[in-house]
Every structure is written in C-alpha cells, then in structure tokens.
Write a protein that binds this ligand. Structure first.
Ligand code: FES
Length: 87
C-alpha cells in the first residue's frame, strides 16, 4: 500500500495493495484518460512530482522509467510511501 498525494488540491488518497492507483483516483473523482488499463497504451500517463514509481507497465522506455517523472496509474505503484502527482 502507498499514498497518492495530489499536488493541486493537497488531497491524499490511500492506495491499498489490492486496488490500482487508477481505480483510487477515479473513485476520488479525478478524471484520468485511460484505455487499455493493463499498462501498454500509455493513455493514463501521469506526471510524478515526487516519490519513486514502481513501474509495472510495458509502455515506458528504460530511460523514461529511470527519469521517475511519470507513471501509468493503471498498473504501476510506488517504491516510496508517498507518490506526489501533478493532479
Ligand atoms: Fe493504457 Fe494505463 S490505460 S497504460
């Protein structure tokens, strides 16, 4: 489990281990474009401002992964306790 922090509203959303970050964001009323929901299309790409994503997608290149500046919330999680998103 980890926590998503929304930079614009300063809201914090817990992401339990059995839910996707995307599902938690949608449930909180955050509108995120998504399509495949399995980490291949890149539609849900979301900017990460702080924290380290645990990339589970197959869309980003290795260098994009290492940049730690975005993630795919439909499948990816966090290596840090908190992930701050530009939302
Ligand atoms: Fe396709 Fe997330 S919806 S990568």
């Amino acid at each position: 489990a980890f926590t998503i922090k929304l930079a614009r509203s300063q809201r914090e959303l817990p992401v339990p281990s059995d839910r996707s970050a995307l599902a938690c964001l949608q449930e909180a009323g955050i509108d995120i474009d998504c399509s495949c929901e399995v980490g291949v299309c890149g539609t849900c790409r979301t900017t990460v401002l702080d924290g380290v994503p645990d990339h589970q997608d197959s869309f980003l290149s290795p260098s994009e992964r290492e940049a730690n500046d975005c993630f795919m919330p439909c499948v990816s999680r966090a290596r840090t306790a908190v992930l701050v998103l530009d939302l």
